[in-house]
Design a protein around this ligand. Structure first.
Ligand code: SAH
Length: 362
């Protein structure tokens, strides 16, 4: 039975046409589902009764089931959602004054196996369906709405989405783009392109496709200034080395809603955090308008790395800043409930047998 959370507006209009229904009916239902968070066709009061009955018989509105709801001491909220077959994915809501950011997963597990990431160490099961990606946003709005009136309005609702949860969004391109379209659609969430960010480890051809099909803000997980080190930390680099990645970033900016790319950079003690690394980054990104977001490494069980000392991060940031690059250091949020960057692990039925390998191999 079709799940209406799987469709963007064009898809819904198409399916309604098969039912003999007009496009404006699809728009009405789209609004009920996403703007009102409604999952009961009977409650869609401005929709013709006959259509409500038909939809009730032939369609469903089904989001993943909630397995866990953790609240961090700093207000960060982490949800664990069941996506079936023993797989579960995590979604994180980060309230800040004036905005609320939802960190959304795109895959159950991840196939990229970055050396410092908990999700990667779990292996990979499968791509999420559109409805499972959108379902995270749909449910977050409902779960946050429950508390309406009991919290400050500030930062209570989702104003920004970052595709920075479990998985590599550009490895699940079609489903992610369909979900992005719904996030941007005025009949649904109506988020601006600047407030929706796709983060990628650097799938070069898909960066070009995203530029052509659905440009939103782009973040690239850089983590190293040269191919030798990046090959070790982000194995995808062996396929798409830095030179081509920088060129793809430049091409992306021709159509991007923001005039810079955000480079994420995990600060790992003694591995990629030296003064020389900072200087090499300046040279590497000379032709790419960018900002740097430094992420102090977040440890997880059996991780082989340590976080760079605060003083080191400050000095590293200072070198970049002195060259004119804007640098922010990501404040660690939610780590008391393992919701910080790189700590999301959910439950994954690994199909790659990666978990049999040692975790200290890098
Ligand atoms: N696959 C995409 C989306 C994941 S985003 C990507 O690579 O961009 C998650 C961000 O957290 C990435 O920048 C990732 O490199 C970073 N990260 C992963 N493990 C981390 C850890 N242990 N500590 C801090 N950041 C980490």
């Amino acid at each position: 039975m079709p799940n209406l959370l799987d469709y963007d507006l064009a898809g819904l209009v198409g399916w309604f046409a098969e039912l003999g229904e007009k496009p404006f009916r699809a728009r009405q239902v789209m609004r009920w589902v996403h703007r009102e968070g409604c999952d009961d066709f009977g409650a869609m009061t401005d929709v013709a009764k006959s259509l409500r009955v038909k939809l009730g018989e032939q369609a469903e509105i089904r989001a993943p089931a909630l397995l866990r709801d953790d609240v961090s001491g700093d207000g960060t909220r982490k949800w664990l959602f069941d996506v079936g077959d023993g797989n579960a994915v995590e979604t994180v809501f980060i309230p800040e004054s004036g905005r609320g950011t939802l960190c959304v997963s795109s895959q159950a597990g991840c196939a990229l196996d970055c050396a410092f990431c908990a999700t990667g160490k779990q292996g990979f099961s499968r791509n999420l369906e559109v409805g499972e990606i959108l379902g995270q946003l749909w449910l977050a709005n409902r779960l946050l709405g429950v508390a309406a009136g009991t919290e400050e309005d500030n930062g209570r609702v989702v104003s920004n989405v970052v595709m920075m949860g479990m998985g590599e969004p550009l490895a699940n391109f079609d489903n992610v783009v369909t979900a992005l379209r719904v996030m941007l659609d005025d009949h649904a969430y109506g988020l601006s392109r600047r407030r929706v960010t796709v983060s990628t480890a650097g799938v070069v051809p898909a960066i070009d496709r995203l530029r052509d099909e659905c440009p939103v803000a782009l973040a690239v997980s850089l983590h190293a200034p040269d191919d030798a080190l990046r090959d070790r930390l982000v194995p995808l680099n062996r396929k798409y080395p830095l030179r081509g990645l920088m060129a793809a970033c430049r091409r992306y900016l021709e159509r991007a809603p923001r005039d810079f790319v955000t480079f994420e950079y995990v600060m790992i003690d003694g591995v990629n955090d030296g003064d020389g690394h900072a200087r090499a980054l300046i040279a590497l990104t000379r032709d790419v308008p960018c900002k740097f977001n430094l992420i102090p490494f977040n440890p997880f069980p059996h991780s082989a790395f340590a976080r760079s000392p605060v003083e080191r991060v400050r000095r590293f940031a200072g070198i970049l800043l002195d060259s004119g690059i804007i640098v922010t250091t990501r404040r660690t949020r939610g780590d008391d409930v393992a919701a910080a960057c790189g700590q999301l692990a959910g439950q994954v039925r690994d199909r790659t047998r990666r978990t049999l390998q040692t975790m200290e191999e890098v």
